[in-house]
Design a protein around this ligand. Structure first.
Ligand SMILES: *Cc1c(COP(=O)(O)O)cnc(C)c1O
Length: 466
């Protein structure tokens, strides 16, 4: 048994190394119909043990060709979900120990490492020392948690006790904000009708004049505003709301100010970028996902907030006897900071990543991604058959071929179904935009260049056909 495990470990570690050198040669996205993989999996589990080599062969032949290769340098869609060698190594240790990090007693080092690493991360992104941090599974959970704390604060912690429906609470975000905000509002019992999606103005920013007038109107009509979610990097185009203005409005009306920086928050490790996000330090809470752009494997979402007591008061329940230990109440027990009880040892992978690279190298990697984004933007801007559609803040570019929406969609579809590259689309001012973004650790200018040539060639080919 032990021998088999050792052999299997060696096979997998060789495969991991091979994958990282071959990842760009695989079709980046699979060409499949729903059910194609399902029908290859037997209807019943095996009664008898199967050899690792059969299992691993099936993994390579049946599963791998059905996956999107997010670590490939040909992946330009959605947002990157970047992993790195130190994160992979830490994941192996996490899986081996499989400790539960629900409270201090359950694994003291896990809790204390999480406190330390979150202080490192807080300082790295330039948040003031009054913020405390905790790792969650996703930005969606982090934003839901912020919504729940804000709800409790606005109702003097009565909703937790007596249920919602006490006050007609209303929340605000921009029409470009991520749908996880609406999902959180629904789960929190606020009612999606009570989320006001404020129209945007230039560069997909929230129109703060309309925010202000909507709040005032709501108050006049007997509603109770309680939360504004600002965007630091929208999913469509990495737009940044005017966070200073939003902060001033939330202070005036005593509302919770949460910032969704799920993707772009990683760029805050660069002091020179912080100017475009001025005001983020004024938030009551902020979320960003190291699992998107900070080289840490999925899932790892960093949630920071100023008044941790509100968080603990929102989530803590009377501790059952079997979990009580001496001094239990004085310790930091992260299950009181999260939706679930059980928690993975996520801090270890963040600790490995930060120490393996060091903060200078991490900054260099992100800085280089932004520089590459700028270069790509220049190439596009210099081709008169294309146009840039909105301001580029980081390394996400929205542009279009000067032709109809249909042609732009055809270009995207053609490239995606080739398996050579994968890219996305969005709408900017009601026009279809080709949307590209990247974040792999080893992506270089020549990867971007071949991608750009491909887009130009396909676009020109379609033009001839029109
Ligand atoms: C990706 C993203 C989310 C959702 O992140 P999860 O961790 O998958 O829940 C939320 N907001 C923004 C702006 C995003 O880009």
């Amino acid at each position: 048994m032990e021998q088999d495990f050792k052999k299997a470990l060696n096979i997998i570690s060789d495969w991991i190394l091979e994958y990282s050198t071959q990842k760009n040669n695989l079709p980046v996205s699979p060409k499949l119909k729903f059910g194609d993989i399902y029908k290859q999996i037997p209807k019943c589990p095996p009664e008898n043990a199967e050899s690792f080599s059969t299992l691993f062969t099936d993994f390579k032949q049946k599963i791998l060709p059905g996956l999107m290769h997010w670590q490939s340098n040909n992946f330009f869609g959605l947002f990157p979900n970047t992993t790195s060698p130190p994160s992979i190594l830490a994941e192996m240790l996490i899986a081996t120990l499989n400790v539960q990090c629900m409270n201090w007693t359950a694994s003291p080092a896990a809790t204390e490492l999480e406190i330390s690493v979150m202080e490192w991360l807080r300082d790295l992104i330039g948040l003031p020392k009054e913020f405390s941090g905790v790792l969650q599974d996703s930005a969606s959970s982090s934003t839901l948690i912020a919504t729940l704390i804000a709800r409790e604060k606005a109702t003097d912690f009565f909703s937790n006790l007596k249920g919602t429906g006490l006050a007609p609470l209303v929340a605000y975000c921009s029409s470009e904000a991520h749908f996880s905000i609406e999902k959180g509002i629904k789960i929190a019992g606020i009612g999606s009708q009570n989320l006001r999606k404020i129209p945007t103005c230039e560069n997909q920013k929230m129109n703060t004049d309309i925010l202000l007038s909507t709040i005032e109107e709501d108050i006049k009509n007997g509603f109770k505003p309680f939360l504004v979610v600002g965007a630091l990097g929208t999913t469509g185009s990495t737009a940044i709301d005017d966070l200073e203005k939003i902060s001033a409005i939330t202070k005036k009306y005593n509302l919770w100010f949460h910032i969704d920086a799920a993707y772009a928050g990683a760029a805050l490790i660069l002091p020179e970028i912080r100017d475009i996000a001025k005001g983020y330090e004024l938030a009551d809470s902020i979320v960003f996902n190291p699992h998107k752009w900070l080289l840490t494997s999925f899932e790892c979402s960093a949630f920071f907030l100023k008044e941790k007591n509100n968080l603990v008061r929102t989530f803590s329940v009377k501790t059952p006897e079997y979990l009580k230990e001496t001094h239990f109440e004085e310790n930091t027990n992260f299950s009181d900071w999260s939706l679930g009880l059980g928690r993975r040892f996520r801090a270890l992978k963040l600790w490995f990543v930060i120490r393996w690279y060091g903060t200078d190298k991490l900054r260099e990697i992100i800085r280089n991604h932004i520089l590459l984004g700028q270069k790509m933007e220049n190439w596009i801007a210099n081709d008169s058959e294309f146009e840039i559609l909105t301001q580029r803040n980081f390394n996400l570019i929205c542009f279009r071929f000067r032709s109809s929406d249909e042609v732009n969609l055809k270009i995207i579809d053609h490239i995606n179904s080739s398996g050579k590259f994968f890219l996305g689309h969005t709408k900017i001012n009601n026009q279809v935009a080709i949307r590209i973004v990247f974040g792999q650790i080893d992506i270089q200018e020549d990867h971007l260049q071949s991608f750009w040539y491909e887009i130009q060639n396909i676009a020109k080919k379609f033009k001839k056909e029109i």
